[in-house]
Design a binder for this molecule. Structure first.
Ligand code: SF4
Ligand code: SF4
Length: 595
């Protein structure tokens, strides 16, 4: 066996663990922080690996594969579990055939998420064990362990990652993959058809499973005890926090939990008797703390540490000082780092910009959704004012319409949705709009079809086939039309004037209509035309072009001219022409080999 080492991110380590464990099927819906797992698995060119239209379908694919005896993995960000929870809650009642692992990326501090959720709660809620790696080496090893646990205890297993662990890089040992057979499907209605009377029995089975796992947890090397001589405090922790705590080297013993649910209760009950203080160090919710308190263990935790966000070494030092464990180490505020502020910005030539520019000028009520176009919430556009969750814009719009109507308010409402989100969970909202909108409900749905899941790095959507070969070829206008939309207009939004006319017409329309904007994502498809330039002698400095928020455009002082005039960075400009179309005096022109 040749063992080598390489530096990997946490996401790549999970992928490697899947490969080494002989995993067959992996599926996911892209979302930060776990988005890179699937591409890393794809690079091993083995088994079946595929993006799904949403997390529920991704989970269902992995369920099907696991039922057929193949080791299967599904990954998603924390909010994705909400979408997948329906099949998950029932699947955890069944006895697993091929190992089944759900990798969830939590995001303490919400670096790239709409909320903060603690997936350990959902693991307990759905009766599945949860492993929490503390570094990349463990991320890989725990993935292999998770498959073993899954098959040994016939249970789905969750691995909880966090943003920092997903993206940090460290050295991991590489081992050859196991040669795991796909066992095949054995029909078993009492196990796979969750209807009464089978479901009742399953409750007892799940309970027994968790009890067995509790026993396993006590014996398992997944949990590690580090005793410090003379220490009267035991800190119980898990994940990256273990390493942050070790940096401080406090006078405490540490129980590092790898298997966080169910807890090794027997081990803990004996252990806590030896210590005066029990302190729980964990991010987000007081999950371990509450489990311990339910067991009757006197402990403290969230009293000293923040209930939200990441906990860095300084936060731990401060908490332990408050707890009296590091008396002389009381720090004031965490060290502040001066990093330059960088506001989120749409890319050069982004096809969403003309849409937002037009909607801003129209002053219409806009309901946004999740995707790059969430940036429409921010300056300089500040177009949409609402953004809740994937696909929610359509249902929200319908609810608002009804309330507006009741108040005698006929103002039009525009719902925005991207193509990825349309297929993720917008379809049911679209059906709801199509089936039940009153004839005079003024609603305009704008589908921003850039043919990719742009915000997470450009994964395919079911409508990507316009620009590349994929096995799915769905046309959004055909879908809308099959659902009963009778008023659908496709528009090239880089034709600013034409798009303006279509927007005005449809927003004015007393009923339901849909507009599909058709320009592809500038970053994914990298379409670069000849760049545009500004003639400063014609420019009147009105800033109309700057307000389209395209990164290459800025105002600058030209020689022999006191007034600030517009300027386009030729290297950044992709030649979409939108700025030239909003310029009232024709100062912006395409570069044709000489100005
Ligand atoms: S043509 Fe204008 S709007 Fe388009 S990419 Fe260039 S600078 Fe930006
Ligand atoms: S829109 Fe035209 S006139 Fe106004 S600043 Fe830009 S280039 Fe100058």
């Amino acid at each position: 066996m040749t063992e080598t080492k390489t530096a990997m991110t946490g996401n790549e380590s999970i992928a490697r663990g899947f490969y080494e464990a002989g995993g067959f099927l992996a599926s996911s819906y892209p979302g930060s922080p776990t988005v890179e797992i699937l591409d890393a698995i794809k690079s091993y060119k083995r088994g079946y690996v595929d993006w799904a239209p949403n997390e529920k379908v991704a989970l269902e694919m992995a369920i099907g594969s696991s039922i057929s005896g193949a080791r299967s993995l599904v990954s998603m960000k924390h909010v994705g579990v909400n979408i997948a929870l329906d099949p998950l809650m029932t699947f955890t009642q069944t006895s697993v055939n091929g190992g089944f692992v759900l990798v969830v990326g939590d995001d303490p501090g919400m670096k790239s998420s709409q909320n903060e959720q603690d997936s350990r709660i959902l693991a307990k809620f759905s009766n599945m064990p949860v492993l929490v790696p503390s570094d990349n080496r463990e991320a890989k090893e725990f993935t292999k362990d998770a498959f073993w646990i899954s098959e040994e205890f016939q249970t789905p297993v969750m691995i909880q990652m966090t943003s920092r662990l997903c993206h940090s890089r460290s050295v991991v040992d590489l081992e050859p993959p196991l040669d795991i057979e796909v066992n095949g499907y054995e029909p078993d209605v009492s196990n796979h058809a969750m209807i009464p009377p089978y479901t009742h029995k399953k409750q007892y089975e799940m309970n027994e499973r968790i009890e067995k796992l509790e026993g396993f947890s006590t014996m398992s090397s997944l949990n590690k005890l580090e005793e410090k001589e003379g220490a009267d405090t035991l800190v119980i922790t898990s994940g990256l926090l273990y390493h942050n705590l070790k940096e401080l080297d406090p006078q405490v013993s540490i129980l590092k939990l790898g298997l966080v649910y169910p807890l090794p209760k027997e081990q803990i009950s004996k252990l806590v008797k030896q210590y005066k203080n029990i302190i729980v160090l964990e991010e987000m919710m007081p999950f371990i703390e509450n489990e311990l308190k339910t067991m009757g263990v006197e402990c403290e935790g969230k009293k000293y540490f923040s209930f939200t966000g990441e906990l860095f070494t300084e936060d731990i030092k401060k908490g332990l000082s408050l707890a009296g464990v590091m008396q002389d180490e009381i720090s004031t505020e965490p060290e502040s780092f001066s990093t330059p502020e960088r506001p989120p910005l749409m890319c050069s030539g982004c096809p969403h910009r003309p849409v937002f520019d037009l909607l801003k000028k129209s002053k219409v009520t806009v309901v946004g959704d999740i995707g790059c176009y969430s940036l429409g919430l921010l300056p300089p556009f500040e177009v949409s004012k609402i953004n809740i969750s994937m696909g929610a814009s359509l249902g929200i719009t319908r609810g608002m319409r009804k309330a507006f109507n009741y108040q005698g308010n006929n103002d039009p409402i525009v719902a925005l949705i991207g193509d990825g989100t349309f297929y993720h969970s917008g379809l049911s909202g679209i059906v709801n709009l199509a089936k039940s909108s009153d004839k005079h409900d003024n609603i305009t749905v704008i589908v921003l079809d850039n043919s990719t899941t742009a915000m997470t790095g450009g994964q395919d959507t079911p409508s990507s086939s316009k620009y590349k070969e994929t096995d799915i070829d769905l046309d959004i206008s055909s879908v809308l039309s099959s659902l009963g939309f009778s008023r659908i207009t496709k528009v090239d939004q880089f034709d600013y004037q034409k798009t303006k006319e279509v927007f005005e017409e449809e927003i004015k329309h007393d009923g339901l209509s849909a507009i599909i904007t058709t320009r592809p994502c500038a970053l994914k498809y990298k379409i670069k035309e000849q760049h545009y330039y500004v003639n400063p002698n014609v420019c009147i400095g009105c800033r109309n072009c700057v307000n389209t928020n395209c990164p290459p455009i800025s105002m600058k002082k030209y020689s022999n001219n006191d007034k600030l005039k517009s300027y386009i960075d030729p290297d950044m400009c992709v030649g979409c022409s939108v700025c030239s179309q909003v310029c009232p005096v024709g100062a912006i022109r395409p570069f044709k080999g000489g100005q």
